[in-house]
Design a protein. Structure first.
Length: 178
């Protein structure tokens, strides 16, 4: 039986689809998830953090917390969307030079269900580094959803990003949010 009530971390990186990340957050909340959003510094320019905070009831985090401030909740699942070429490669290499990458490095090591919707152009996706990074993340149990050509998730278009694909995968992996 499916359960609601899980904590979902949404990690957003700076790609065009980030402008619509509110759709992912709203759909996740509708499915019963408690959502916390973590953004790379470049992602903050793509969406309205105040709007996201109003939906989630928690601050969008993009920096390490100051001493004495509350920690984020440990999630039941993570969705990384949109995930850029840079974010995926740094994550796979264990580079944790931003709050978002530090969270991903730490949580991946804990084996939490993690779903990735890449937003990577065909020229970048053709680079051997990208293929190695996807392979390395998958070897750690990360579900990287790529469509035909290996550049974007199935169903991605210029006008729409397949947010439900990530939510459906997270639900399968956890039993939450279905």
């Amino acid at each position: 039986m499916a359960r609601n009530g899980g904590v979902l971390s949404v990690v957003v990186s700076g790609a065009a689809a980030a402008a619509d990340v509110g759709s992912l957050v709203k759909r996740a909340v509708e499915r019963g998830w408690t959502v916390q959003v973590i953004a790379t510094p470049s992602a903050l320019a793509f969406f309205d953090a105040a709007e996201i905070e109003a939906v989630t009831g928690s601050a969008v985090r993009s920096k390490h917390r100051a001493p004495g401030t509350p920690r984020s909740r440990v999630p039941d699942a993570i969705i990384v969307a949109p995930a850029t070429f840079n974010l995926l490669n740094q994550w796979a290499l264990g580079i944790a030079d931003s709050y978002a990458l530090a969270v991903l490095a730490e949580q991946t090591g804990m084996g939490l269900p993690t779903v990735v919707l890449p937003a990577v152009s065909a020229p970048l996706a053709s680079r051997p580094q990208f293929a190695r990074s996807v392979q390395a993340l998958r070897a750690e149990g990360v579900s990287v959803l790529l469509g035909p050509g290996g550049t974007a998730p199935p169903g991605a278009t210029e006008d729409a990003f397949p947010w439900d694909l990530a939510l459906d995968e997270a639900a399968v992996m956890t039993g939450f949010g279905t």
